[in-house]
Every structure is written in structure tokens, then in C-alpha cells.
Design a protein around this ligand. Structure first.
Ligand SMILES: [Zn+2]
Length: 155
């Protein structure tokens, strides 16, 4: 129910803007038909502008949440590349714990006697994990064939 909350907020913002504009237009036109032309025009105009303005905050918040989720996902993948570890199973981990695991020295996970491989190279390169959308520049999982945000297909 609360998955993809950023996307839902943006959808709600768009829908409520359209509804608000339509309601303003209907009321304005009705008043104009009833003979109150100036009042009707003002209500239609002001109503449309107010509907749009009211949606900006909600849409912006949705965009912010989307962007944060995107960043967290990319961070986890970068982290996984750097440490050679698998991405954390829980994507709900806080940024604090992510930072904590980033700060943990990689060598500490290896017993002292184990001959250390020349360099603990990342098991996967970043390009093998994500691809960048050519339209909106978002990073997407390689499992996706189309951009999560603008739905443009991968080229
Ligand atoms: Zn895109």
C-alpha cells in the first residue's frame, strides 16, 4: 500500500490538479451561463492557478522521495561493488547503517592468516549492475528493460 510512495504522491498531485481545474472551469462556466460572466471567468482562472499551485508541493515531495529511493539503491550497488558483497537484502535499511558498513574496513572481514588476494576486486562492475537512461539519466537495475521513471526502453 505504501510502496512507491513518491510515485503515488505525484500521481495524486496530478489527478487532484486536473480535478481542481475541471471543477473551477465547470463552476466558472456555470456562473457565466447564468449571467455572471466576469465572476465566472475569475473563478475559472483563479481556480485553475490555485489547483496547480497546490499540487506543486505534493509533486515536489513525491519527486524528492523518488530521488532519495533512487540514490539509496545506487548507493547500495556502489557499496556492493566496492566491497564485493551482495547488496543488502533489506532496502529499508537506514542511511546510518549503510554508512556504518561502508566505514567497516574490508580487511577486517578476513581472518589474519588467510592469504589475501592481490586486490579484492569488485565482483561486478557498476555497468553490469545498472544502466543509465538516455532520456532522464536515471540509473536502473539491469533486470529492467525500461526506465523505472520515464518508461523509456533501454537502448
Ligand atoms: Zn528514464
Amino acid at each position: 500500500m505504501f510502496d512507491n510512495i513518491g510515485g503515488k504522491l505525484k500521481t495524486v498531485a496530478q489527478v487532484s490538479t486536473v480535478i481542481g481545474m475541471l471543477a473551477s472551469l465547470v463552476i466558472g462556466v456555470t456562473l457565466a451561463v447564468l449571467g455572471m460572466v466576469p465572476t465566472g471567468l475569475i473563478i475559472a482562472g483563479v481556480g485553475c492557478v490555485c489547483s496547480w499551485l497546490a499540487s506543486l508541493t505534493m509533486y515536489g515531495l513525491g519527486e524528492l522521495i523518488d530521488e532519495t529511493a533512487r540514490n539509496r539503491e545506487v548507493n547500495e550497488k556502489i557499496l556492493a561493488c566496492l566491497t564485493g558483497a551482495q547488496p543488502a537484502a533489506s532496502t529499508a535499511e537506514s542511511a546510518a547503517s549503510t554508512a556504518e558498513s561502508a566505514a567497516a574496513p574490508i580487511a577486517a572481514t578476513q581472518p589474519p592468516d588467510t592469504p589475501v588476494a592481490p586486490v579484492s576486486l569488485p565482483k561486478k562492475r557498476l555497468e553490469d549492475l545498472v544502466w543509465r537512461c538516455s532520456k532522464c539519466s536515471s540509473l536502473n537495475d539491469v533486470a529492467l528493460t525500461a526506465c523505472r521513471f520515464c518508461k523509456k526502453s533501454r537502448e
